[in-house]
Unconditional design. Structure first.
Lengths: 344, 344
DNA sequence: CGTTCGAATGGAACCGTTTCCCTTTTTCGC
DNA sequence: GCGAAAAAGGGAAACGGTTCCATTCGAACG
C-alpha cells in the first residue's frame, strides 16, 4: 500500500505539497497539481480515511438512526438519503434502534458516542429524555425526518393537513359516516398517528359529523383484521374509511373484498402515503414521498456541515391528493362523476 | 475532549499502560486495569476510532453492499446483519449499488476502494467482471448472501431444492397442469430465478409432466398482471401455479380473486419466501428466512476476521415447506384431506 | 530600484492511538 | 536464597495524513 509520501517522492515534491495538490487546499502551481494527480492515479493511491479523519477531525461519513429497516416508509427514506450521500461522496453508517430493545440502548450509549460521523439523521425516532440527552451530547449536527423533541432541523409530512385533506375529500363526495382506522401505536411513531387522528377529528367536527375511531395495528395484516371486525357488523359499518396509512387501507380493501363489500361503490377507502402497492389496489391516497423527505433532510444536513452558521430549518411537506378508484359517492347518492386523476 | 493521555495522567500511569488497560492487550495488574477503567469512565472518555484505526489498521466496521433496500428480502437480510453486528460492537456502513446506475460505478470504483471496513458483505449482487475484480482488489474478506461469482464465502437458499420441493408438493396433491410463474429478470437477481425455474422443470420432467413457463416481472404487481393474463384464458389455465417468489404468488392470488377463481378449490398457488404477507393470504410457501441468512453470513465474516486462516465456507439452506390454505387437490379429485401445518 | 505582497514549496509538528522494546519488579522452582 | 522467567509498566516510534510556519522567488507598486 502506497502512502502519500510515496506519491510525493514519485512526483518530486514534498508531502505537504502533495497533500495540498490532492485536497485542493492552499497554493499549488497548476502544473504541479496536475502532475501529482497523475502520479497518484498511476500508483493507484487511495488516501487512508482514518489518517485523514484523525488529522482533520472530519469523517466524511453520516450516521443514520432508524427504528425499522423493513418498513416501506423507512426503507424509502433511507434510499433517498443514500442517493444524496452517494453523490456527495459521503459514506453512510446505519444504526438500528428498535424501540425497547437492548440494542437500542447500546446504540445510544455506545455506538453513537463514538462519533464516527460528521452529522446524524434520525428517522422516525421518538427519543425519550435520556436518548435525547445523549443525542445532543454528541455535539454533532442532527437533522430528523419525522418527529424529534428538540430544536434540530426537521423534515416531515404535515400529518394533520393530510388527514384533513383526506377527510374533506370524503365529505365532498357526500359521505357522512366516515370511520378513522388506525392506531395509537408504533409504525412511524405515535406522534404521526395522533396528528392524523386529530386532523380527521377536527374536520369531522367542523362539518358537524360524528367521529368514529377504530383502533388497528399499523400494518397491512392489522388493517385487515380491524376491518374484518368493523365491516362484519352491518350496524357499525360506515360508508367510508380513512386509514392512518396505506398499508392499513389496503388491508381494509382486502377485507372488504373478502366480505363481498364492493369498493368503492359500497365502501370508499382512502389512505395516506402513496405506498408502492397503492396503485395496484387503485387506492385514493395522500402522497407523502418519503424518498424526497430523506433527500431533503440530507441536503439540509450537508448544508449545515459546510456552513455551521446556517440555522437548522424545519420543513413541512404538504401531501398531494391522488384520486384513484377506491373512493366514490356513498351508495344511494345521485351519481356524481368523479374523474380519476390527481388534484392538489 | 479528553484523550487517553488525560486518562493516563489522572490514573497516574503512562499512556502505554492506559492503552493496555483499556484494550485488554498485554500485561496489566488487575488493580491498575480497574483504576484506569474507572477513571476513564468518570471522565467520559471515548477513544477516537480514527486514531485507533490508524494505529491498528482495523476499523471495527463492516461494509454491506446491496442493490435494493426497499425490497422485503434485502431489508430482512440487512436487519439480520445489523443485529449480529450490533451485538459484536461493529458499525455497519451501507452501500447502495443499483444495477446499471452511475452510483453503482462510484461505489465500486471510489467508495469501496477507501476500505473503511474490515470486511464486506455482498447481498444479492451479481457483479460483472470489472466489479468482481474491484472486489478482490480491496483485499478484505468478502462474504456474500446469494450469488457472487467467485470463491468467497456464500450463504444462500438452495433455490433448486426449494422449487423441486414446491413442485413435488403440487404433484402429490394430484396436479398435472402446473405452470411456473416468474421471470428471468431482476429481484434477487437472475441466478435465483434460473435455479428455481430449473428445479421446477426437472421435477416436472421426471414426473413425465409438461412444463409451462409464464414470464412475469418479479414483484407483486408483476405477478398480478401476468396472472390476469394467464388465468383470463380458460384454455391456458392450469390447476396450479408455482411462483418464483411470494410477491408474485400473492399477486396471482389477488388476480384470481378478482377473476372469480376460488383459491385453492379451483386453483392452487405456491410461492417461495414466506414473505411477511404470506400468512395473511394463507399462502403455502417455502420459507427462506432471509434474516437468518444475514445473521449467518455476518457470523461467518466475523469468524474469518478473528481467525484469518479460517477458510470461507459455503452454506446452503434448505427451505422448509409451510402448508397453508392456498393449495389443495385439483378440482374433480376424490377429496383428500390436507392438514394445515408445517412439514419439512 | 527598494519594498511589499502573493504564490509556491518544504520542514516539522500534530491528530490520538497502539505497540515495540527496554527496564524494573515480582513470582516461582529448585 | 538464587536464578530464571513472567509480570508490570514506561519511553518513544510508528500509523498516514493535514496544516502551521518559514523560506524563497517573482511581480507589482510607489
Amino acid at each position: 500500500m502506497s502512502g502519500i509520501e510515496d506519491v510525493a517522492r514519485a512526483a518530486g515534491v514534498s508531502k505537504a505539497t502533495a497533500s495540498r495538490a490532492l485536497t485542493g487546499h492552499g497554493y499549488v502551481a497548476a502544473a504541479t497539481r496536475e502532475r501529482v494527480a497523475r502520479v497518484a492515479h498511476e500508483m493507484g493511491y487511495v488516501p487512508s480515511s482514518s489518517a485523514a479523519s484523525l488529522a482533520t477531525g472530519r469523517t466524511r461519513n453520516i450516521g443514520v438512526v432508524m427504528p425499522y429497516l423493513n418498513r416501506w416508509f423507512f426503507a424509502e427514506v433511507l434510499e433517498g438519503i443514500q442517493e444524496v450521500l452517494l453523490e456527495s461522496g459521503y459514506d453512510l453508517t446505519l444504526y438500528d434502534a428498535k424501540p425497547g430493545t437492548e440494542g437500542r440502548r447500546r446504540v445510544f450509549d455506545d455506538f453513537l458516542a463514538r462519533k464516527r460521523f460528521d452529522g446524524l439523521i434520525a428517522v422516525g425516532l421518538e427519543p425519550d429524555d435520556h436518548e435525547l440527552e445523549r443525542l445532543v451530547a454528541i455535539g454533532r449536527p442532527v437533522v430528523s425526518v419525522v418527529a424529534i423533541g428538540d430544536n434540530a432541523g426537521v423534515v416531515r409530512l404535515d400529518d394533520e393537513y393530510a388527514a384533513r385533506r383526506a377527510t374533506t375529500h370524503l365529505i365532498e363526495l357526500g359521505h357522512t359516516k366516515i370511520t378513522f382506522l388506525g392506531g395509537v401505536s408504533v409504525s412511524s411513531g405515535p406522534h404521526v398517528d395522533r396528528a392524523r387522528l386529530s386532523g380527521y377529528q377536527r374536520t369531522m367536527t367542523e362539518a358537524g359529523l360524528t367521529v368514529t375511531h377504530v383502533r388497528s395495528e399499523v400494518s397491512l395484516p392489522g388493517g385487515y383484521a380491524a376491518a374484518v371486525d368493523l365491516l362484519g357488523d352491518p350496524a357499525r359499518r360506515p360508508t367510508a374509511l380513512l386509514a392512518t396509512c396505506d398499508e392499513v387501507a389496503i388491508g381494509a380493501i382486502i377485507a372488504a373484498r373478502r366480505l363481498g363489500i364492493p369498493v368503492p361503490s359500497a365502501l370508499s377507502v382512502v389512505g395516506i402515503d402513496n405506498h408502492e402497492f397503492a396503485e395496484m389496489f387503485s387506492l385514493t391516497t395522500l402522497e407523502q414521498s418519503p424518498r424526497s423527505q430523506g433527500m431533503h433532510a440530507t441536503q439540509m444536513l450537508l448544508g449545515q456541515l459546510e456552513d455551521p452558521t446556517q440555522v437548522p430549518q424545519d420543513v413541512s411537506i404538504q401531501a398531494r391528493l391522488i384520486v384513484r378508484n377506491s373512493t366514490a359517492p356513498p351508495p344511494g347518492t345521485a351519481s356524481v362523476t368523479v374523474g380519476v386523476g390527481v388534484t392538489s
